[in-house]
Design a protein around this ligand. Structure first.
Ligand code: ADE
Length: 258
């Protein structure tokens, strides 16, 4: 069965996609898309009072687009990155909006040994964790939490995006233990949200895809934080171009046509 195949859900697979949720962790990544799709901030929030999560919404062609940004930490003023926020906003968005498809878009580190270059945009075929190490039978596999994303063969044929595996953890840097798990996961890409979004999408049986653009080379010689900050603006342009292409491709299609 397909990863998100829900045997009772054939009808949903065949009708045109109506509603999508795009989960984006950082404001800088989100702003150009909000402009491009002419989205406006939800003034009647679907989320609990007091949370920083922000929904931007609009109708683009035939699609109801919801861009969800977890917002800024209310005390520190930084973007609410990492897996905890990502899983919460994904859960709340699915409950409130019942999307046909989740798109998690963001930046990632990439391994040059696996062919990644700064500015490359990938669709992740598989997502797993590298910092949930539980060396007890059963829990080991649970911790890694490997899942396939929704398969999109036609989209990949049409758009010029690379395909690779993604590994998720809650740190920007990489410990030797992380590295061993990333290698075991077969990952080309490393991010801080994908695995969490994949988990919630799987829990609630909503198909999910992952669009990740490379801001830094993990197996290079530059310090990650510096390289990330230097490249963020330029790479965001590539990321948003790819998200726009994917959304344009999705318009008017059913899940089974992706
Ligand atoms: N996002 C961008 N670069 C990253 C990296 N190297 N690790 C985790 N998340 C990232």
């Amino acid at each position: 069965a397909p990863p998100h195949g829900d045997d009772g859900n054939d009808v949903a697979e065949e009708r045109a996609i109506k509603t999508i949720v795009i989960v984006i962790a950082m404001q800088k990544e989100a702003i150009p898309l909000i402009k491009k799709f002419n989205l406006s901030q939800d003034m009647n929030p679907v989320f609990p009072k007091g949370v920083p999560w922000i929904r931007y919404h609009g109708i683009y062609r035939d699609l109801s687009i919801n861009l969800i940004w977890p917002g800024k930490d209310s005390i520190l003023g930084v973007n609410s990155v990492c897996t905890v926020s990502a899983s919460l906003v994904t859960y709340a968005s699915i409950q409130a909006l019942k999307p046909d498809l989740i798109i998690n878009a963001g930046t990632s580190g990439g391994f040059k040994a696996k062919g990644a270059c700064i500015g490359d945009v990938y669709i992740s075929s598989d997502v797993a964790f590298h910092d949930r190490r539980i060396r007890i039978p059963g829990y080991d596999v649970y911790g890694v939490g490997a899942r396939q994303s929704f398969s999109t063969p036609n989209l990949l044929k049409e758009l010029n995006l690379k395909v690779a595996k993604l590994s998720t953890g809650d740190s920007l840097d990489m410990s030797p233990e992380d590295e061993a798990y990333i290698t075991a996961n077969g990952a080309t890409l490393k991010d801080m949200e994908g695995g969490a979004v994949a988990y919630v999408a799987y829990l609630l049986s909503v198909p999910a895809i992952f669009i990740k653009a490379v801001t830094d080379i993990i197996d290079g010689d530059k310090p990650t934080a510096e390289e990330f900050r230097q490249n963020l603006a330029a790479v965001t342009i590539a990321l948003d171009g790819a998200v726009t292409q994917v959304v344009d491709f999705i318009c008017g299609k059913s899940m089974s046509e992706l």
